[in-house]
Design a protein around this ligand. Structure first.
Ligand code: CA
Length: 516
């Protein structure tokens, strides 16, 4: 990955046997599995093992050139302290704007653009999930066929809303996450809420008057001179409801009003700058940082040049590269905001007697990633090379264009949920081990890091970045391919495999506050 590295990874399918002579004459001492590291030179005990030009660990005993370098041979470095970091010190040369790229999207009343036209049903509390799911089944069977321009009906199910310390300081995170997801651009500003009645998270607390978009005059309440949007709530404990069917009918009746308005919308040509892309990885391997993430990073640069918003996330997967990120921050204020998010998360993990090393999985290690430092170096690459111009706290909405750091846990579902809240209208997900991940609210383009995975999961992976390791495509070529695919998917001209099979993972809220 870098001329100063003293390890490299074996790219060959199935790995390489001991005795293999590598180009350059190095002979393998051990059998080295695919994606695993081989020492390019003798490394003394205590010596740094360098990959991505970073010490990913220190040798616990002498390692001979040609040996398999696995995690049991490495001592993990301590996390970089958050004091004395380079703050907005690197000044990347401004990249040339990329003009002329468009997609067909749904322009919303608030100016944002959807890539899909979906009716979302917000829920204040988990108690109503069963009733809402029942109603959604009927909406899909009985109403949706009458509204062909509407792509889907999605119940925003979650576990929050009651039995929680709703006034604890950190409760702001799950509450604003739910609020902002309801306002995701793919839902067209059509807010519809199902509430139980007695829950802690009351509808007006979830969606206070100022947060409700004015879709048209029909949802504007007449309150003197000020036009205030009225929240459309079906409350199950409402005395008017007698029997379950009364609740279901009420949800169907309300849904139909929103479906009518959504159905009248049409796609229009909009600039690529209206994309709000969330990138993340899951089931990573040692190829992630070699193939898929560099291609996504190249594409991130293209999107930023086109004026779009790109969010990268996953605190524990950037924590070890925080010095790279603070240096790349556009301003000292952005660098400071990055440090604050890292410090908050360090404290959050410490509270649970854990640290960032809790991140790596058995599959990561089988895939050649020795520890979180190595994983993080490969993960950061998704962010490309543009200056980081803003930081989005967990559950908050992204308010600017350019490259943003959206602070989230690395958990695929929590990260995706928080990126949806930030306003994501297109998701790019890289994987080495393979995951069928998908979201109901937003298209997810999945990028495989290895050809072997892309071949076996041919009807789940949208892009094969393994072609980079195979020598069949360059990072630049794959980055451009992904960019064009994103415009096609955003326009509805192409479906992702997860959309095709309707593979939808749950929304999972990040709730660092206590439950009661
Ligand atoms: Ca993840």
């Amino acid at each position: 990955m870098h001329p100063a590295d003293n390890v490299a990874i074996v790219a060959n399918d199935g790995g390489l046997p001991a005795g293999t002579v590598l180009p350059g004459g190095l002979v393998l001492v051990d059998k080295v599995p695919q994606a695993h590291k081989v020492a390019l030179q003798d490394i003394p005990e205590g010596g740094a093992v360098r990959r991505y030009n970073v010490a990913i660990g220190y040798a616990l005993k002498p390692i001979a050139a040609g040996s398999w370098v696995h995690e049991r041979l490495l001592q993990m470095p301590a996390a970089r302290a958050l004091a004395g970091l380079p703050m907005a010190t690197s000044r990347p040369a401004p990249q040339e704007p990329l003009a002329g790229h468009t997609f067909e999207g749904y322009r919303n009343p608030d100016g944002s653009v959807g890539t899909r036209n979906i009716l979302a049903i917000t829920q204040t509390v988990q108690c109503v999930a069963g009733v809402t799911a029942y109603a959604v089944q009927r909406i899909k069977a009985e109403l949706l066929p009458k509204y062909p321009n509407v792509d889907d009906v999605v119940a925003l199910e979650h576990g929050y809303g009651c039995g929680v310390a709703i006034d604890a300081p950190d409760a702001v995170i799950p509450i604003r996450t739910l609020r902002n997801i309801s306002l995701n651009p793919n839902f067209g500003g059509e807010l519809m809420v199902v509430s139980l009645g007695c829950e802690k998270l009351q509808p007006e607390r979830l969606l206070p008057p100022g947060s409700i978009p004015l879709v048209d005059e029909r949802n504007v309440a007449d309150v003197g001179a000020s036009a205030d949007a009225k929240l459309d709530v079906v409350c199950l404990q409402d005395a008017a409801h007698v029997g379950f069917m009364s609740m279901v009918d009420s949800i169907l009746r309300q849904a139909e009003e929103h479906l009518e308005r959504l159905n009248a919308r049409r796609r229009e040509t909009v600039p690529a700058s209206e994309l709000v892309v969330g990138v993340q990885c899951g089931g990573s391997d040692a190829f992630s940082g070699v193939t898929a993430n560099p291609a996504v990073g190249f594409c991130t640069d293209l999107l930023v040049r086109a004026g779009a918003t790109v969010m990268f996330s996953e605190v524990t997967e950037v924590r070890d590269g925080i010095d790279q990120l603070t240096a790349r921050a556009a301003t000292p204020e952005v660098a400071q905001a990055l440090v604050e998010q890292m410090a908050w998360y360090d404290a959050y993990l410490a509270r649970g007697h854990a640290d960032r090393s809790a991140n790596t999985t058995p599959g990561n290690k089988q895939g050649g990633l020795s520890n979180i430092v190595e994983k993080a170096m490969g993960s950061i690459v998704k962010s490309g090379s543009a200056p980081i111009c803003g930081v989005v706290p967990p559950g908050a909405k992204a308010m600017q264009k350019g490259l943003l750091y959206a602070a989230t846990p690395a958990s695929d579902f929590i990260c995706g949920t928080l990126q949806l809240a930030a306003g994501m209208n297109l998701h790019v997900f890289t994987t080495g081990r393979g995951t069928p991940y998908g979201l109901a609210a937003c298209p997810v383009i999945k990028v495989a890091t290895r050809t072997d995975l892309a071949r076996r999961w041919h009807d789940l992976m949208d892009v094969n970045a393994g072609r980079i390791a195979d020598g069949e495509a360059t990072i630049e070529e794959l980055g451009w391919e992904l960019f064009r695919l994103m415009l096609d998917v955003a326009s509805g001209r192409k479906q992702t495999w997860a959309e095709h099979w309707k593979l939808h993972n749950a929304l999972v809220l990040f709730n660092p506050a206590p439950v009661t």
